[in-house]
Write a protein that binds this ligand. Structure first.
Ligand SMILES: Cc1cc2nc3c(=O)[nH]c(=O)nc-3n(C[C@H](O)[C@H](O)[C@H](O)COP(=O)(O)O)c2cc1C
Length: 338
């Protein structure tokens, strides 16, 4: 199965894998897709540099990409400390009480508040600077088009730029901003997601974008049938996220939590919730006692991005799995193409 996207990216298959794990990304690239490493977890650019050194030697010369998070409507400068100051006392008390009730352990001394800093533009820019020194073929951005200078820098290095879109007007603005690949991400998606289902969104974006850019489909894709449907609706390929959470590589090298993976695999399509509690923007998560707690009467309402992620990102990570449909389990990121 080939589409023009394969020639653009140098892959064998029109399959792009978003994953926070370099082991999954490398395995997908080695097997003929494009592994895209999520960079948001790298607070330290030197750590990302070392991981991309590893990617360079563990992808058998095949292409790979990186994903950065530069929200284009959210003020994301400052430090974790500054952002922690923005959290009202009511929210702190609720979170502490709920985590205690759920049995989530305290962080070691000094670790509280570190959270995820990759959302800061200054940190995300350092990701771009580091990544462009490696042999990446794609930079994708969540939550908007990357800034123009980032797009220009990528193009100067011969690197394609992708951005996620949940509405046709966002797709148009990405194209006008110089983005090469629009990822049409439907409501079904794990993680941050919009309001329009893939069946409606994808053809709408394909029509909007026309020949001005390439469109790939995302959201709820976890099987060959769904890939075929996406191509039929006009996409040149697919971008998948949740699927890779169920791989052995992800379990063994990233979460190391059999409980979390079992919960993802056991979940049905009715077991997710779209909520603002993860980051302040709507995101699809696996329903858990943690998400339930936020829906109880008296629970505080979600704070806007970027307050949340910084404060509780690390402590609640274990209670935040997304979901993959039972029928779509992938056993190894090495064997998905078979
Ligand atoms: C655990 C997880 C983390 C994610 N983090 C990011 C991220 O950092 N950047 C990004 O662009 N998208 C992120 N996404 C969204 C994926 O890139 C992708 O668009 C989405 O997973 C597609 O829908 P699917 O989960 O139904 O395959 C994340 C998704 C998941 C499941």
């Amino acid at each position: 199965m080939r589409t023009p996207l394969c020639d653009d990216l140098g892959t064998q298959y029109p399959v792009i894998a978003f994953t926070p794990s370099e082991h999954v990304a490398a395995a997908v690239s080695r097997s003929g897709g494009l592994g895209v490493l999520g960079c948001v977890r790298f607070n330290d650019p030197d750590e990302l540099d070392a991981v991309l050194d590893w990617m360079d030697v563990n992808t058998d010369g095949r292409p790979y990409g990186v994903d950065i998070v530069m929200p284009n409507k959210v003020p994301t400068e400052g430090s974790a400390g500054d952002l922690t100051e923005l959290i009202p006392a009511e929210h702190r008390a609720f979170v502490e009480r709920t985590l205690r009730e759920l049995g989530v352990p305290e962080l070691p001394d000094g670790a509280a508040g570190a959270g995820v800093l990759g959302w800061l533009h200054s940190v995300a820019r350092s990701h771009v600077d580091v990544a462009l020194k490696h042999r990446i073929s794609l930079i994708a951005n969540a939550l908007g088009s990357p800034p123009k200078d980032v797009i220009d820098a990528a193009h100067e290095h011969g690197v394609k730029v992708a951005a996620l879109a949940g509405r046709a007007k966002h797709a148009r603005s990405h194209v006008d901003n110089g983005v090469d690949i629009v990822i049409a991400q439907g409501y079904e998606a794990g993680g941050h997601t919009g309001e329009i289902g893939s069946m409606v969104l994808l053809p709408e974006i394909v029509d909007e974008v026309g020949d001005d850019a390439t469109v790939v489909a995302a959201g709820g894709i976890g099987s060959g049938r769904q890939i075929a449907a996406a191509l039929t609706l006009g996409a040149e390929g697919v971008w998948m996220g949740s699927y890779w959470l169920t791989t052995t590589e992800y379990l063994e090298t990233h979460t190391k939590s059999q409980t979390m993976q079992d919960a993802l695999v056991a979940a049905t399509s009715a077991d997710t919730v779209r909520t603002r509690i993860f980051s302040g923007k709507p995101a699809r998560l696996l329903k858990t006692r943690w998400t339930d707690a936020w829906e109880q009467p008296g629970a505080p309402s979600a704070l806007p991005m970027p307050c949340r992620t910084y404060w509780w990102g690390r402590r609640t990570a274990a209670s935040m799995p997304r979901v993959i449909p039972r029928s779509s389990r992938c056993r190894s990121a090495r064997s998905w193409a078979g």
